[in-house]
Ligand binder design. Structure first.
Ligand code: FNR
Length: 359
């Protein structure tokens, strides 16, 4: 049996295989009205297809814990009960296909209020449903983005509470994994990195102060997320800056702390917080960062980034570099990636009863 198709259990949740789908924004929710931020037919069809394809875990795209935490006006949200109800249809279907339903809880910070990526992703103003972004410090991401408003300590407390409320709603919506979005230059990453965090209070300056907000969010979420369900954290393992940024060493140190705070798996990505840096992309280019966390801490890890071939994914697991792989764009191209990989490598994968004659 291939390693990719060996089940994995974290807390009381068993993942049927280790081919997982990472969060990928669809920018397909209503930007206004009573259904704002609620999942639509598009989301149902999109996630259902990857579940019938045998994906072991689907982490639903970055879902905002409050309206200002959306990346675009078209993002999913989880700040009201209409949104919870819309998610239930998706989580119920995923479970019926033996896919574990997960959700990424997010706040976009200074990179908020932009248009959909296929429309250019540029900042949008109030006339296009936009708003004023917030951040640890009044420093713009780049010269296209506006200068964000600096958060007060009261604002920070409020956002921590929003994450906890979102986790409570995610549970009511039927999710079994919650992932905190601490990567890609969004709010939590902005606090972690000295590149974006210039604060001089208890939330800025030293490493201990910069990780404070992330740990407060983790503790608040862990307090409401059930003991029997796993909590993930997505990190950008490096800012890819020569100096003045978050580094791989910081990630290793922080991974051990996150584990002690009840995080069950680190989803290891990179970048997104410093504009214009050169990132040496290539097949599996982020895997070494995951492997280092796995080797140097007790934290289980998932690897992500240009993992597109079954044999490549298998090698990452067999080599002990990660506990699972997240396959992003390849799952957009091929919703049946897991089934194709099972056929190539030899492994059992869920096939819908309705398709039994295709086995
Ligand atoms: C992404 N990515 C992403 N990451 C994240 O943490 N939250 C998100 O909502 C999104 N949204 C998103 C949308 C789309 C269309 C893409 C292509 C990507 C990043 C994604 O999860 C993954 O880390 C990267 O795509 C790298 O993996 P692949 O695609 O090389 O397998």
């Amino acid at each position: 049996m291939s390693a990719l198709f060996e089940p994995l259990t974290l807390r009381q949740v068993t993942f049927p295989n280790r081919v997982w789908m990472p969060p990928m924004c669809q920018y397909s929710a209503a930007p206004e009205g009573p259904e704002t931020g609620a999942a639509t037919d598009w989301h149902f069809a999109h996630y259902a297809a990857r579940a019938t394809g045998g994906t072991g875990l689907i982490i639903v795209e970055a879902t905002a814990v409050c309206p200002e935490g959306r990346i675009s006006p078209y993002d999913l949200g989880i700040w009201n009960d209409t949104q919870v109800k819309a998610f239930r249809r998706i989580t119920g279907f995923l479970r019926s296909q033996n896919t574990v339903p997960g959700i990424q809880l997010a706040h976009s910070g200074r990179k908020a209020s932009t248009d959909r990526t296929w429309k250019g992703g540029n900042p949008v103003g109030p006339e296009e449903h936009g708003w004023q972004p917030v951040a640890p410090s009044p420093v713009a991401f780049d010269d296209k983005h506006p200068v964000p408003t600096e958060l007060s300590t009261d604002d920070i407390r409020e956002i921590v509470d929003r994450f906890a409320q979102a986790a409570r709603r995610a549970l009511a919506a039927g999710f079994e994994v919650a992932e905190i979005h601490g990567a890609h230059g969004y709010l939590i990453h902005e606090f972690l990195s000295p590149h974006s965090n210039h604060r001089t209070d208890a939330y800025g300056g030293s490493y201990e102060n910069r990780v404070r907000f992330a740990l407060e969010v983790v503790d608040a979420v862990r307090a409401v997320w059930p003991e029997d369900k796993p909590l993930f954290f997505r990190i950008s393992a490096t800012d890819w800056l020569e100096e003045g940024g978050w580094t791989a060493d910081d990630t290793v140190r922080f991974a051990a702390e996150l584990h002690a705070h009840g995080v069950d798996l680190l989803d290891v990505s990179t970048g997104g917080n410093a504009a214009g840096v050169r990132i040496p992309t290539g097949p599996g280019y982020q895997v070494p960062f995951a492997a280092r966390v796995k080797a140097e801490t007790p934290m289980p890890v998932a690897a992500v980034g240009l993992i597109t071939e079954p044999g490549q994914a298998e090698k990452i697991l067999v080599g002990g570099e990660a506990d699972a792989v997240l396959v992003g764009r390849e799952l957009l191209r091929d919703p049946y990636f897991a089934r194709h990989a099972a056929r190539e490598l030899g492994g059992d994968v869920h096939v819908p009863e309705q398709y039994h004659r295709s086995v």
